[in-house]
Design a protein around this ligand. Structure first.
Ligand code: 13P
Ligand code: SF4
Length: 341
């Protein structure tokens, strides 16, 4: 594909989303990345939150965390470039110890992954002996290594149910845990909050991690948008509070939200998630209107640009490493999740 062909391919999707002069610059970058990708036998995985010019040009596969973990497990390429955040790239490395895994920015973290340490998980195990531990994939490798099984937003309730245990420790997202508790009819406690709750009859043990993006959406946001656009359908990621999820029309992983819009006939949607995904969904559904609250952005996902991805390929940076003893233990939890689906 020539630079002009790349530009035309991107323009077809992005003519209403990205200004033309920017599109021409991005097309040149995308052309060079794709050329180097082939030369170096690399695969590019792109999360649904990537900016539109990147999302629609360089990834071999796009998707939510679970889909991209599956693709990472299946690839036969020598290099995996993860256009997402560190915990996602680490998951790819956990599944592919012999491959080079690159993350285009060193700064692409995640507030959920930063909310809990491996020592915290060991302490909870000591406090609740014999209780299985489920951790959200939005955690670092050493935390996964202390877990029995991982989950993503698309399979959290299924993973909890699959354990067939009376009590489950579910870490570290407080809101996802509360949403899973509501979906599975389980009572939840947060031991660090202490008090009478800890004495109560409970089936889920949670932690107070929050996504710094999704925690900011409120029921008032939904009420106000519904007042202005009475025909709007509201979609909320399960990292939003249970009150926001309850006030919405649909809740699911990033790919589940994208599918919901594609398969629905409504003219207008409010996406309560990272704003770039709204651009990507809008580009794929030009006949539908996507409303989003772009004052709230993920500072981590937004670190990943076409410019940095090109540098990552040119300089083989930033290489993701996971100590082998940690990797082996973490792989058990991730592979068990992938098997549950
Ligand atoms: P998904 O697994 O739904 O793609 O979510 C990942 C994420 O980080 C959401 O904030
Ligand atoms: Fe983490 Fe939230 Fe950003 Fe997703 S949107 S990567 S959960 S901080």
């Amino acid at each position: 594909m020539t630079i002009q062909e790349m530009y035309l391919k991107m323009k077809e999707k992005l003519r209403d989303v990205v200004p033309d002069p920017e599109l021409r610059i991005k097309a040149e970058l995308a052309y060079e990345i794709n050329r180097l990708k082939a030369e170096r036998n690399a695969v590019i995985l792109g999360h649904n939150y990537m900016e539109p010019a990147l999302y629609y040009s360089i990834p071999d596969f796009v998707g939510d965390s679970l889909e991209l973990s599956r693709k990472a497990a299946q690839t036969d390429k020598d290099i995996i470039i993860f256009c997402g955040v560190r915990f996602m790239a680490e998951t790819a490395k956990i599944l592919n110890p012999a491959k080079t895994v690159l993350l285009p920015s060193e700064k692409a973290g995640c507030s959920l992954a930063a909310s809990i340490t491996a020592a915290d998980v060991r302490n909870l195990r000591a406090q609740f002996p014999g209780v299985p531990v489920v951790t959200y994939v939005n955690t670092y490798a050493d935390v996964k290594a202390e877990s029995d099984v991982c989950c993503t937003s698309s399979n959290a309730a299924a993973v909890v149910k699959s354990l067939g245990s009376d009590v489950v420790i579910f870490l570290p997202d407080e809101y996802l845990a509360r949403n899973v508790a509501a979906e599975t009819g389980k009572r939840i406690i947060f031991p660090r909050k202490g008090g009478a709750d800890v004495q109560a009859d409970f089936q889920l043990v949670g932690w107070e991690g929050r996504c710094e993006v999704h925690e900011k959406f409120t029921v008032d946001d939904i009420v106000n948008v519904r007042k202005q656009f009475p025909d709007v359908l509201v979609l909320a990621h399960p990292e939003c509070s249970p009150e926001v999820v309850e006030a919405s029309d649909f809740s699911g992983s990033t790919t589940a939200m994208e599918r919901f819009v594609r398969e629905s006939k409504a003219p207008r949607y409010l996406l309560l998630t990272e704003c770039a995904m709204g651009d990507n969904v809008a580009a794929a559904n030009p006949d539908k209107e996507m409303l989003r609250l772009c004052n709230i952005r993920c500072p981590h996902m937004n670190q990943i640009t076409l410019e940095d991805t090109l540098e990552a390929l040119r300089k083989t940076r930033y290489v993701i490493e996971v100590p082998e003893d940690v990797r082996v233990k973490a792989a058990r939890a991730v592979e068990r999740m992938i098997a549950i689906g």
